[in-house]
Design a protein around this ligand. Structure first.
Ligand SMILES: Nc1ncnc2c1ncn2[C@@H]1O[C@H](COP(=O)(O)OP(=O)(O)OP(=O)(O)O)[C@@H](O)[C@H]1O
Length: 297
């Protein structure tokens, strides 16, 4: 088993609570998007998973063990952080050889990874002249040296162009298809949405939502109700719905109830419904709602 379990994890820096009693799991064989606006605590959480930062309280385990208790951690977990840097005079091949030697990984992994990540042609060039996209690929190659079952990627899409992002998404899907556990953070949902099976959303260090993308409340559909009896119907729907908003004198937007249930509740109370339509909500909207970066109308 190589899932990640985060339990009541907190990190305080003086009076600032960067991570606030977080609990969630990340399963193998899936891409889990770790989402939250800048400063939400994503990097701090991921760094606590690999002992770069000591938790104030709580724990993070990988396959049931703390990182420090793993016998050869780089064969279990590969991590890529935004701040990773390379010696500008070293070529990508030099860089990977050094890290392979340090981790005790076979030298043969170096050329394998260079070609897997599309860097074979540039392998002899000094990394000082690499583009952002090439650096991100080299970061990934470094993390994959130990053929780890778990990958922690902190904002790997930063600075990538649309083509690079598309490549990254399909690469992550491939890795998850091999049964690996992939946790990938981003503050831009659209970067990872198409690649993700699951999401963990945090804001100000706290968990806002976690689970399968499909099962998250609100990712399905909103029901738009046109009714002259909006005032009466609104509180009735609100008892069962996730949320009901009056969008006009005769219009309600209902989240978390299917159209048949909305119609059924109206009929049961003798209230009139003149129109019932559904509207898909994008995860982007859900994300903005959850993180409070947009007030709902
Ligand atoms: N070493 C530190 N000392 C003090 N405060 C810190 C430290 N590291 C992080 N913080 C603070 O903790 C909070 C969470 O930061 P963190 O980098 O984990 O967020 P993030 O979600 O990864 O954001 P970003 O996407 O901007 O990296 C921020 O307010 C940050 O300023």
């Amino acid at each position: 088993m190589s899932g990640i379990e985060v339990r009541n994890l907190s990190k305080r820096y003086g009076s600032l609570t960067a991570v606030d009693d977080l609990s969630f799991t990340v399963r193998p064989g899936a891409v889990t998007a770790f989402l939250g606006p800048n400063g939400a605590g994503k990097t701090t959480t991921m760094r606590m998973m690999i002992d770069h930062v000591a938790p104030t309280s709580g724990s993070a385990t990988i396959g049931g063990r703390r990182y420090r208790d793993l016998p050869r951690p780089t064969t279990v977990v590969g991590a890529v952080f935004d701040t990773a840097s390379f010696h500008p005079q070293h070529s990508a091949r030099d860089h990977l050889r050094i890290y392979a030697a340090m981790g005790g990984h076979p030298d043969g992994r170096v050329d394998h990874l260079l070609s897997l990540l599309g860097l074979a042609g540039a392998a002899g060039r000094r990394t000082g002249g690499y583009s952002t996209g090439m650096r991100q690929r080299l970061n990934l190659a470094t993390a994959l040296l130990g053929d780890p079952r778990v990958l922690l990627l902190d904002e790997p899409g930063n600075g990538l162009d649309p083509e690079g992002l598309a490549w990254l998404r399909s690469f992550l899907r491939e890795l998850a298809g091999e049964g690996r556990t992939i946790l990938v953070s981003s503050h831009v949902l659209s970067e990872v949405q198409q690649a993700a099976d699951d999401v963990v959303v945090i804001g100000r260090g706290r968990l806002l939502a976690a689970g399968s993308l499909r099962d998250l409340p609100g990712t399905a559909q909103d029901v738009l109700v046109r009714t002259p009896d909006a005032t009466e119907l609104c509180p009735i729907l609100a008892r069962e719905a996730h949320r009901v908003d009056a969008t006009g004198p005769e219009d309600l937007r209902v989240r978390g109830l299917d159209p048949a249930r909305v119609a059924g509740l109206a009929a049961a109370h003798g209230l009139r419904v003149h129109g019932l339509t559904t509207e898909d909500r994008s995860l982007e909207e859900l994300f903005l709602d959850l993180t409070g970066e947009r007030t709902h109308t």
